[in-house]
Design a protein around this ligand. Structure first.
Ligand code: ARG
Ligand code: ZN
Length: 848
């Protein structure tokens, strides 16, 4: 594999490394444009896989190299170097020079606002020095940093420090992708944690001056995560210190480097004035996610990048469990399914579909996807459901026991479950190799007191995969009678055949089924449910997920009828909502979710699945019409809800208060449809926290009445970069269709559009791509604008550019004119002479 080549590499071609590493010593002489990196690495030939001595390296200037103290002259290759080496253990030393300031790709060592930081996953370490940059090579690291900057951090425990230098010692063998270094003028928010076995750990969140007031919540989340992993998984922390650093320029959310997590500042910094409830919840889950990686990812890592889901799917699953525990389980499940359907189903149903464990890739950074992460987590959830809580717990204990300190595969993971449960997981393993979302069609019959459900499953063709075998699908089912009383509590059916019957005997009357409770498998359920059954489930199902799902189905049906039959908003749907809205026994957060209509994306997919050509403008208008009908017909109820769920007193980022605000703000958004923004304007001026302020601003923006508030918001927050991102994102995502392209163009001309910063770029263009009616403007101007900027960003930052090409991922769902315009935009990107291989791979796959 060469870094510049667009040749795919294959899982099937895996070979172990020819040399193991026993110990790494690094010295960094930091300089913005000429940093020197001295490495001293103890290698040992691998008797099981003899081969030449090769090291990865990219954008490095080699100053000198020695083997056992003797000068050597390596041969430089496309992706590193090779050099004759002894057939016995030896010490490699090298000095290289790198230029952190010129590094705008934000991979390897780079600078962000005067601070040095690193991002090495997946293959960034090779931009720091020559090394076997592959996750199956694990070693302890000792790091010395020389710099005048006051704070010098790396992995592991602090070892020694003096004027202008510091040394760090990480005793836990790790792959190079977990290496990190940070240096800067940083301020610590400190705390401490004592582990279950009594070991004290010093905790710190390091931030730029001015951000000290935005650390308390992240710190509390960290301590909660540490305690949770001890209590639920029996996993203790294993170093004397745990450091988190907030960085403004970062391609991802955060990174689990051993003992030194690096966070996108948007994923850790929060104060009531600058962050919304949703921001707080996301920060809590990302802190948990990165912390949980210490065991699932760091202590046990991946053998190769094809196994990425081994750590990511499991760690997402663990952070989801954590959020369910500390917040509301049903609400979290619904949120996660919304995400899964919005991002992963979309990916799985289009040109970018790939298995949870891909079998080939050109650029691994293109596979940090919703499929690997979120479907990866769903697969673990299914395994958990199939084996039960006790067996799941025993399997995880065995996994940590058996594989601690190793670089593992999905085979290792499944073997643990087979050994503990005695089950054969051969068929289950298909979830890792088959792409595409399974469709499960269900029909039912009733005869002589026996009720039979018949399931048929099929998985659609995806790029490179056809004729797929049946999968193991756990389907949680309960039965209600027609009064809404549950007659058969939840039972998990295991669907393993292409077609399979399940009978329920001893019932007095034909029941109403509640199928796929808790969304027990990541599938598309096809069933014909009479509207009165949906209403019954919405009113009475004991399973909160399916209760919500029934409301969702009613909303979708009503909207589709408006779109395809010019129907009026369904009064029965509005009535069902009314009852629910007023039911104070229900969690406000849950009611807020029920009140939320399906997204533009969801309706686009629904129309496409029904064999129609979605019209983004018509979808936008139908949603607006439905919201207006809700505001009109439910005005009294929405007003009552709005009033009853105001949260007095100082802002607290707790789930109970956030749920009330979500319901009140959901009501506000609807009421704004018919009150010309009166309430929203009052809320905007009275707002004492960002949740209230943003909710009011969004409501105004959605009716095109936000210009004064936007101006005010900008002057209030122009020095808070994370809040300014909200200002940009709100306008690009919520501008009315006719104005969206012009608005986005104007935003790109704004002096605060610091487009090299990924958060700012994503705020504008990620927001725009979610504004379907704006982005898909029939002129094609939205596509052209997006393409222009992707081409521009690609020269600096391939990783973020490649990610954002997914805006075009559904192009084949649209009409011929839009398809042609999108194809033009994609081809224009593809034809750029010096396109990065990241973006090249994405555009090629999308066009294929
Ligand atoms: N491992 C990190 C996380 O999930 C994400 C790293 C993203 N890296 C990348 N190359 N996209 O927490
Ligand atoms: Zn992760």
């Amino acid at each position: 594999m060469t870094k510049d080549s667009a040749q795919p590499i294959y899982l099937a071609d895996y070979t172990p490394p020819a040399f193991w590493v026993d110990r790494v010593e690094l010295t960094f002489r930091l300089h913005p444009t000429a940093t020197r990196v001295l490495s001293r690495v103890a290698f040992r030939p691998n008797p099981d896989a003899p081969g030449p001595f090769t090291l990865h390296g990219q954008d490095l200037t080699l100053i000198r190299a020695t083997i056992d103290g003797n000068e050597v002259t390596p041969t430089l290759t496309d992706d590193g170097l090779t050099c004759p080496a002894p057939d016995a253990p030896f010490v490699w030393e090298a000095e290289v020079e790198i230029n952190p300031e010129a590094n705008k790709a934000l991979e390897g060592l780079y600078m962000s606002n005067g601070m040095y930081c690193t991002q090495c996953e997946a293959e960034g370490f090779r931009k720091i020095t020559y090394y076997p940059d592959r996750p199956d090579v694990m070693a302890p690291f000792i790091v010395r940093i020389e710099s005048d900057l006051p704070v010098l951090l790396s992995n592991g425990n602090p070892a020694a420090a003096g004027e202008g230098w510091a040394e760090w010692d990480d005793p836990w063998p790790k792959p190079a992708y977990l290496f990190a270094l940070v240096a800067g003028d940083l301020h610590a928010h400190r705390d401490s944690f004592t582990t279950a076995s009594g070991k004290p750990v010093d905790l710190a969140i390091w931030v730029r001056d001015g951000d000290q007031d935005k650390c308390a919540f992240g710190m509390a989340a960290l301590k909660a995560s540490m305690a949770w992993d001890e209590r639920v998984y029996g996993r203790e922390y294993d170093l004397d210190v745990f450091n988190i650093v907030a960085v403004d320029d970062f391609n991802a959310g955060a990174m689990e480097n051993k003992g030194l997590n690096v966070f996108n500042s948007a994923a850790v910094l929060a104060s009531p004035e600058t962050a919304t409830d949703a921001n707080f919840e996301r920060i809590e889950s990302i802190i948990a996610h990165e912390y949980f990686h210490n065991w699932t990812g760091n202590r046990i890592t991946c053998r190769d990048w094809f196994q990425l889901c081994l750590k990511e799917g499991l760690t997402v699953y663990r952070d989801q469990q954590f959020t369910k525990d500390v917040r509301s389980e049903p609400v979290k499940r619904i949120d996660d399914v919304l995400m899964l359907r919005g991002a992963q189903f979309r990916e799985d149903g289009g040109p970018l579909a790939h298995p949870v464990r891909p079998e080939s890739f050109v650029e691994i950074n293109n596979f940090y996807t919703a499929t690997v992460y979120d479907k990866g987590a769903e697969v673990i959830g299914m395994l958990h459901r199939l084996v039960g809580d006790a067996t799941y717990a025993r399997a995880l204990d065995l996994y940590f026991d058996r594989h601690d300190g190793q670089a593992c595969t999905i085979e290792d993971w499944l073997k643990v479950f087979e050994d503990v449960s005695g089950r054969d997981l051969t068929q289950f393993k298909l979830w890792y190799s088959i792409a595409g979302t399974p469709h499960v069609k269900v029909t039912d019959t009733w005869a002589d007191g026996s009720y039979t459900l018949t399931f048929q499953q099929s998985v659609p063709d995806t790029p490179g995969q056809t004729d797929k075998p049946p999968m193991v699908i756990p389907i949680a089912v309960g039965l209600l009678d027609t009064d809404g009383t549950e007659v058969v509590p939840t039972r998990v059916l295991e669907l393993t055949e292409a077609r399979q019957n399940f009978a329920f005997d001893g019932l007095a009357t034909r029941p109403v089924p509640s199928i796929l409770r808790g969304f027990s498998a990541p599938v598309i359920l096809e069933q014909t449910v009479p509207a009165e059954h949906k209403r019954l489930l919405l009113a009475h199902d004991t399973d909160p997920f399916n209760r919500w799902e029934a409301g969702r189905a009613l909303a979708r049906q009503a909207l589709l009828a408006m779109l395809t039959d010019r129907a009026a908003p369904d009064p029965a749907y509005l009535e069902a909502l009314q009852a629910l809205l007023a039911d104070d026994s229900l969690d406000p957060a849950f009611r807020a979710l029920v009140l939320r209509l399906p997204s533009q994306q969801d309706l686009t997919q629904a129309l496409f699945d029904a064999g129609q050509v979605p019209d983004p403008l018509a979808i936008h208008d139908a949603l607006t019409a439905m919201e207006t009908a809700m505001a009109t017909h439910l005005q009294a109820d929405l007003t009552a809800s709005f009033d009853a769920h105001q949260v007095p007193g100082p802002y607290r980022p707790v789930a109970a208060d956030a749920g009330k605000r979500a319901l009140a703000n959901g009501a506000l958004a609807l009421l704004t449809r018919t009150d010309a923004g009166a309430r929203a304007k009052v809320q905007y001026s009275d707002a004492a926290n960002m949740t209230q302020q943003m909710a009011a601003l969004s409501a105004l923006q959605r009716i095109g009445a936000a210009s004064d508030a936007l101006e005010h918001f900008h002057s209030q927050w122009q020095h808070e970069r994370l809040v300014l991102d909200k200002w940009f994102g709100l306008q690009s995502s919520l501008s009315l269709p006719a104005e969206a392209v012009a608005t986005v163009r104007r935003l790109t001309e704004h002096p605060d559009f610091t487009w090299e910063n990924p958060n700012r770029f994503r705020a504008v263009f990620g927001g725009f791509s979610s504004n379907l009616a704006g982005f898909h403007d029939p002129s094609g101007d939205g596509y052209a604008l997006m393409a222009d900027w992707l081409i521009r960003l690609d020269r600096l930052n391939p990783m973020t550019t490649a990610r954002m090409t997914t805006a075009f991922g559904t192009w084949k769902q649209y009409d011929a004119d839009r398809q042609a315009l999108m194809r033009d935009a994609l081809e224009r990107i593809a034809l750029v002479p010096v396109l990065s291989r990241d973006t090249k791979e994405m555009v090629t796959r999308i066009l294929a």
